[in-house]
Design a protein around this ligand. Structure first.
Ligand code: DHB
Ligand code: FE
Length: 279
């Protein structure tokens, strides 16, 4: 049977991708950030997942205000890096896992989570920056990736509680897949960030730290926190953090923290990162 062995949470700031793609990873501004992911690269090289389920949000690259799925699952063979305005990132095409993705779609929908099935989609920094942070700059990504896109752009996004329950349903779905696969689930986005308006650049380290603590030790409590708390305390785009609850819901109630990292600034935002293992 397939099983989820661990969860990875990380911010997906596009400037991180641009820094890597343009050879700036050793610059004094970026070096401390990439240093925080050295342990992560070693961890995932040892973990060797067969498949990654990558929870992220599209930033008007594949979807737009014309089409806003709350939860969408990529069932295609592959997903090309999206053109986000400066051209697509020079990273490998993301290979999917259509058999597991279709199994997830079917199982989740019958389990009353109405996923949008996506058979053709490009993927933007929300998905590719976490892969770059975890795998560096390989010629090909080392394993297939199932994109799971969440609407956190247009109000109303799903609640944290809904996200947490989706994580639990994803776990049930994975565990009913007959093939023996090691699955790692990623939750991406966050932490503090406000990209527009008078509060642009807002960072609330106390909020971020409390979120990290509570995601680890009290995910049920964190799942009950309303949207307005994220937005008021940590900026409008901090709402991306609800996606981490999908990852967390797919893990055991008690987890082992394999790695924790927090860094300010990256572009206008705070970067947070956790690797949680099922004990
Ligand atoms: C930025 C964009 C993002 O999608 C994000 O999650 C963080 C930062 C940015 O444009 O700086
Ligand atoms: Fe984002």
């Amino acid at each position: 049977m397939a099983r989820i062995t661990a969860g990875v949470a990380t911010s997906h700031v596009p400037a991180i991708g641009a820094a890597l793609d343009n050879g700036k990873a050793e610059d004094p501004y970026w070096q401390p950030l990439f240093a925080g992911y050295e342990a992560s690269k070693a961890w995932i090289a040892a973990e060797q997942p067969d498949v990654i389920i990558l929870v992220y949000n599209d930033h008007a690259s594949a979807f737009s205000l014309e089409l806003i799925p709350t939860f969408a699952i990529g069932c295609a063979d592959q997903f090309a890096p999206a053109d986000e305005g400066w051209g697509p990132r020079p990273v490998p095409v993301v290979k999917g896992h259509p058999t597991l993705a279709w199994h997830l779609a079917e199982t989740l929908i019958l389990d009353e989570f109405d996923m949008t099935i996506v058979n053709a989609m490009d993927v933007d920094h929300g998905l590719t920056v976490p892969l770059s942070l975890m795998f560096g700059q390989p010629d090909a990504w080392p394993c297939p990736v199932i994109p799971l896109a969440v609407n956190v752009v247009q109000y109303p996004p799903p609640t944290g509680h809904r996200c947490y329950k989706l994580g639990k349903a994803i776990r049930r779905a994975v565990e009913s897949f007959p093939e023996d696969l090691k699955v790692v689930i990623f939750g991406t986005g966050g932490m503090s960030h406000q990209l527009q308006g008078p509060r642009a650049g807002l960072i609330n380290t106390a909020f971020d730290t409390a979120f990290l603590d509570r995601l680890i030790d009290d995910p049920v409590g964190q799942a009950m926190v309303p949207h307005i708390d994220y937005v008021r305390e940590a900026g409008s785009e901090a709402i991306e953090l609800v996606m981490w609850l999908i990852m967390r819901g797919a893990l055991n109630e008690t987890v082992r923290v394999a790695h924790r990292f927090y860094h300010v600034p990256a572009s206008n935002t705070a970067v947070g990162h956790l690797i949680l293992e099922n004990a």
